[in-house]
Design a protein around this ligand. Structure first.
Ligand SMILES: [Zn+2]
Length: 393
């Protein structure tokens, strides 16, 4: 989207209102205690919003749709958290993932200006021009978002039809590694582009300079913007790769088998481990190592790839328990930790089969050979929890 300077200010104000309402709702939700009765739901919070709008002029000056929608979005986030598909809603921060949503009849005020350009009438802001990246769909709502680099985006909420299956019956297994982003059972290795060597060292350099800057100095702001630009560039490349790869895979293969890795759980911060012999001190919990792994996982865009595959090849993605896929020979099914000669090379100690370790694992995933004990189990089971006996009532 290409708003004028005045429009940008108006949009930022709306983002601020949405953020304010969201954070207030989050605060109320997370500070709520049992003795206060039922946690306020959407209806109650919407009523409070009406009261707040009556009391505060600056809030009343903003769009009611935007503020109400922030509340609705928050309640959707809470629902997703309780279903176990998403993590706990977090605070909205200024300048990070800012945005708001417009719904209903207000969302239909869109005109096409030419083959490449269109304009949207945003409540309280006016007509803003935007570039068409695809034909405008028949959508009931849209979201306006501003990324860290200060670029504005307009996204219409529609679920596109899934990619049709090729009808060949071909099955592919995907193993997601850290060295390469994904290995296919066909032997192909795919890697998700990130930052180049030079960009990486520039990022490190900027981060060092940032730490030496005085708070709220002009220089600090400039360096922060430069860092945001690099992050945005990496994210753009990652997203582009994920979209292209997922479409290609959905078109080529009938069934796509992936490892059922709990990214959400894998990337969680490790808990501090108290030392039983010295109360008050802690044992190493490998926090730094895990943080490095987190970066690797997120940089490779694992979760996003599977998520997009599930959207595009709906019903054709199968999740396989990844236990032992990396230790099992894909030819003779001999399983031993020694099979893994190194991080990259697999050599079977029984039949001598040698292959790229990730490809070998991908073949196992494709065969669905790994125990699929997890299938059919509830979405969220703590890995630390002991298996429970079924109790007779
Ligand atoms: Zn073997």
């Amino acid at each position: 989207m290409y708003p004028t300077c005045a429009q940008q200010l108006a949009l930022l104000e709306q983002c601020g209102h949405a953020r304010y309402v969201w954070n207030l709702a989050l605060e109320q939700w997370s500070m709520w205690t049992r003795d206060k009765g039922a946690t306020p739901g959407y209806v109650e919070q919407a009523r409070q919003l009406t009261e707040a709008r009556a009391a505060f002029g600056w809030l009343r000056a903003g769009s009611q749709t935007v503020q109400q929608q922030a509340l609705r979005d928050f309640h959707q986030a809470v629902r997703n958290f309780y279903t176990g598909t998403h993590r706990r809603p977090t605070w909205r921060k200024a300048g990070l993932r800012e945005g708001f949503r417009i719904v209903g009849s207000q969302a239909s005020r869109v005109v096409t200006l030419s083959r490449k350009w269109a304009a949207v009438n945003v409540p309280k802001v006016g007509w803003i021009r935007f570039r068409l990246s695809r034909p405008i769909p028949a959508a009931k709502s849209y979201r306006i978002a501003r990324d860290r680099m200060g670029r504005w985006h307009l996204a219409f909420a529609v679920i596109p039809p899934p990619v049709p299956a090729p009808g060949t019956g071909e099955v592919v297994g995907i193993d997601r590694g850290v060295n390469v982003s994904a290995a296919l059972s066909t032997g192909e290795l795919l890697s998700c582009p990130g930052l180049s060597e030079t960009e990486h060292s520039r990022l490190k350099h900027l981060q060092r300079r940032l730490s030496r800057c005085r708070r709220s100095s002009k220089r600090r702001q400039r360096i922060k913007a430069a860092i945001a630009k690099l992050h945005a560039r990496a994210a753009d490349r990652r997203k582009d790769w994920v979209e292209k790869t997922s479409t290609a895979l959905a078109r080529r293969f009938e069934v796509i088998r992936v490892e059922d890795l709990r990214i959400v759980q894998m990337t969680r911060h490790p808990k501090p481990k108290p030392d039983p012999e010295h109360p008050g001190s802690y044992l190493p919990n490998h926090r730094r190592a895990k943080a490095g792994l987190n970066r690797g996982i997120l940089a490779n865009g694992w979760g996003l790839l599977v998520q997009r595959l599930e959207h595009k090849a709906a019903g054709r993605v199968e999740k396989v328990n990844p236990a032992y896929t990396s230790q099992t020979c894909s030819v003779c099914r001999h399983r031993a930790p020694d099979n893994r000669e190194s991080q990259a090379v697999f050599r079977c100690t029984a039949c001598g089969h040698q292959a790229n370790a990730d490809v070998n694992a991908a073949v196992n995933v494709a065969a669905g050979r790994a125990v699929s004990a997890r299938r059919g189990t509830p979405v969220r089971v703590s890995p630390k929890r002991e298996p429970q006996h079924a109790t007779s009532a």
